[in-house]
Design a protein around this ligand. Structure first.
Ligand code: AMP
Length: 547
């Protein structure tokens, strides 16, 4: 029997039309640092989106053409987020922390036709532009110098001039919901980056899921602060979720350090915010030496992209009175797939047993674990396996790549993450397959070790990697950043770990090798770069202090 329901496509265009029609007065604020913030509302924003779409048409952008952005989290980026898919073209967010060679690989692979950038990023784009074979036009927002881009046979147009020349009216497209809306490349820590192509339908469903109460519960009364970059995995879908809900958006532009973030939060009072743990950790350290810092407007901090240390969740609650909710996902999963809200009715003293986990699947996403032979692993919270996922906003392949048979199994995405799942559905990750430490034939969880070490009051950051061991093949090396002014020693840390060893960590896991550094290297999306750490160690850059 066929249903009687209308078959209206789920599209980004419909999200844009919705917000402009129903929430026209809600605000979009771009923080300006020492300069005043820029504020607009969704009504005028939709008109600017119309002007942008007309300008892109004039620049030759047709259906399916890729329009790249090389931008901070700001109003222009949001305009591109809305206008490009809504006109029927494909938004391609370029990661501004990538090397020149990775940027040109990605832009050429995606065959970008236009790039929208900001004059503050001209020095980054200028050396890359001559090697971009498909780019015809660059729009530059901001008033800074652009001459370094000239002379490459590419038309350089000031963003505001392009918009000023156009009408705000644009007949928004009604594309097939399964067609491409945006493309984002994985951060490529192993091999070349791979393109994940989001559809209108996957974007729509993912945004709707983000707004649900079991996920991030974004609603009109919210003021959403995506600190997580809009150049990576759609900033966890927060911009589209805010558009869908009609919530205010607060965009941090390039001001991502703790001091300006604290100022932005105090001045503009966001209610929900999202970023990787390193950002919140910086803010917590800053807050411990600046008693005036007040983040109390925030009712939910979404944190993920890397394991969230329990000490960070506790520190945020104690210092700021702000709850951190952990989420798990990846570029390939749009990215929100699991969120760790404790189950209904759980006693406050058991809350943390859930919050420190990666989370429970959002409805629409299915999770399973498999062993090395591909056989199912039980959900008993003990048996460890590789996480596989499937769902309407999980990718089924990569753009213009031969089937990557390693990454998919019977329609499921193999995530490369390793962990266990409890009978009530909560995922706990213990490692990435490529980061696991195998000591004497047994798995050692770097994530659990890091989590514990970061609970030491004089540890600002800790990353644990495998180093070769004569007898056990591999053993754990803990690389630690001490808090400002601390001279805590490896012996003291080892002793403290022994005294505070959580029940789930066997004592033989406790690291015997410690190294102290000023900063743990980060990937282009702000996570601990364990590959770089391993390489540094191989080069003898780290001082290993045997316990
Ligand atoms: P990316 O595609 O760059 O966003 O990276 C995705 C990867 O980040 C996942 O496969 C995980 O390894 C890691 N990740 C994301 N969220 C979490 C989390 N809450 N805890 C631990 N690792 C995470």
């Amino acid at each position: 029997m066929k249903s009687t329901m209308q078959d209206v496509p789920l599209t980004v265009s419909s999200i844009l039309r919705h917000v402009a029609t129903n929430h026209a007065g809600r605000q979009v604020i771009t923080y300006g640092g020492a300069e005043p913030a820029r504020t607009t509302t969704y009504g005028p924003l939709e008109e600017r989106c119309g002007q942008l779409a007309n300008a892109l048409r004039r620049a030759g952008v047709g259906d399916d053409d890729r329009v790249a952005t090389l931008l901070w989290n700001n109003q222009e980026h949001l305009e591109a987020y809305a206008a490009v898919p809504a006109m029927g073209a494909v938004l391609h967010t370029l990661n501004l922390r990538l090397s020149a060679s990775q940027l040109s690989f990605i832009a050429n692979h995606a065959e970008d036709r236009v790039i929208i950038t900001d004059s503050s990023l001209v020095p980054l784009l200028a050396p890359v532009l001559p090697g971009l074979s498909t780019v015809r036009v660059v729009f530059v927002a901001g008033g800074g110098e652009v001459s370094a881009l000239e002379g490459n046979g590419v038309e350089i147009i000031r963003y505001e001039d392009a918009l000023a020349a156009e009408s705000p009216a644009f007949p928004w497209a009604e594309p097939d919901e399964r067609s491409a809306a945006a493309i984002c490349y994985t951060s490529g820590t192993t091999g070349d980056p791979k393109g994940v192509v989001y559809s209108h339908r996957s974007m729509f469903l993912h945004s709707m899921a983000a707004c649900t109460g079991n996920a991030l519960a974004v609603e009109e009364g919210d003021r959403v602060l995506p600190v997580v970059p809009m150049f990576h995995a759609s900033a966890w879908g927060l911009p589209y979720a805010a558009l869908m809900a009609g919530a205010d958006l607060l965009l941090p532009d390039r001001f991502l350090q703790a001091a300006p973030l604290a100022d932005m939060i105090q001045t503009h009072r966001p209610t929900k915010a999202g970023a990787v743990p390193t950002i919140w950790n910086d803010l917590l350290q800053f807050g411990s030496s600046h008693p005036d810092v007040d983040l109390s407007s925030i009712s939910l901090v979404a944190c993920g992209g890397a394991a969230v240390p329990q000490s960070l969740i506790e520190g945020f609650a104690d210092r700021f009175g702000v709850p951190i909710i952990q989420a798990w996902g990846m570029t390939e999963t749009s990215p929100l797939a699991a969120v760790s809200r404790p189950p209904a009715g759980v006693a406050p003293e058991s809350d943390m047993t859930y919050r420190k986990r990666q989370g429970r699947a959002i409805c629409g996403v299915e999770m399973r674990l498999t062993d090395e032979a591909g056989m199912p692993v039980p959900r008993d919270d003990r048996s460890v396996g590789e996480l596989e996922v499937r769902g309407p906003w999980i990718t089924g392949g990569y753009y213009n790549m031969d089937e990557d048979s390693d990454k998919f199994r019977d329609g499921w995405l193999r995530t490369g993450d390793v962990g266990h799942i409890s009978p009530d559905g909560y995922l706990t990750l213990t490692d990435r397959t490529k980061d696991v430490i195998k000591s004497g034939g047994e798995w050692v969880s770097s994530v659990e070790l890091e989590n514990t070490i970061m609970g030491h009051p004089q540890v600002a950051e800790a990353a644990v990697i495998a180093i070769p061991h004569e007898r056990w093949q591999e053993t754990a090396l803990a690389v630690v950043v001490r808090t400002h002014g601390s001279d805590v020693t490896a012996d003291q840390l080892g002793q403290w770990f022994l005294e505070n060893c959580p029940a789930e960590i066997p004592r033989w896991w406790i690291p015997k090798n410690w190294a102290f550094v000023d900063q743990v290297p980060r990937t282009s999306v702000g996570k601990f770069d364990k590959r770089a750490l391993r390489a540094q160690h191989a080069d003898g850059d780290l001082v290993v202090v045997p316990n």
